[in-house]
Design a protein around this ligand. Structure first.
Ligand SMILES: [Zn+2]
Length: 173
């Protein structure tokens, strides 16, 4: 059964055991993420595999979730599928983090302990686009696009009337 990531885990022990933890974390349990969403329904699923990397603890995180956001084009809410895969080096302190090569993303696990849902939340926050949009999912277009359409039809009306006037004046001749 997947873990909900709520318990503090000893990441050194997980790394030494080369453990893989399957996760199913309710989005509603991730406060900072939920604040960015229009609805906190759904569950983030995935797994974290732990290993040692040159004395550090490496966590390979794979997650997928449907996050309820507002499309920044048409301003309608929709469920955005988010998937992420990343490698994170877990460190004891900020000082240790600065000693890890820039190529690695780091996350703090003070005293070698980490609540796995905190890492899940961090990764989903990073994966969440700042301006989410419906891609091929039925976007109705932007408000300005729709306003432009209306202006177009309005500006076309005088011409169609003009055509009718010209047509009727020709008929009179
Ligand atoms: Zn849209």
């Amino acid at each position: 059964m997947p873990d909900d990531g709520s318990k503090l885990r000893d990441v050194l022990a997980l790394a030494d055991a080369a453990a893989r933890v399957d996760l199913a974390v309710p989005v509603a349990a991730l406060d900072r993420l939920a604040q960015q969403l229009v609805s906190a329904e759904g569950v983030a699923t995935g797994d974290i595999s732990f290993s040692r990397l040159r004395g550090f603890v490496r966590a390979e995180v794979r997650l997928s979730a449907k996050l309820h956001v507002v499309c920044q084009r048409c301003m309608r809410p929709f469920a955005l599928p988010v998937q992420c895969q990343s490698e994170v080096v877990l460190v004891d302190s900020e000082e240790v983090a600065s000693g890890v090569a820039d190529a690695f993303e780091t996350a703090l696990a003070p005293g070698g302990r980490l609540r796995l849902r905190d890492l899940v939340e961090e990764e989903l926050l990073l994966a969440l686009p700042t301006a989410p949009r419906h891609e091929d999912m039925g976007c109705t277009g932007s408000i300005s696009d729709r306003a432009a359409d209306q202006v177009d039809t309005e500006t076309q009306l005088p011409f169609s009337n003009l055509g009718k006037l010209l047509g009727s004046s020709r008929l009179k001749k």
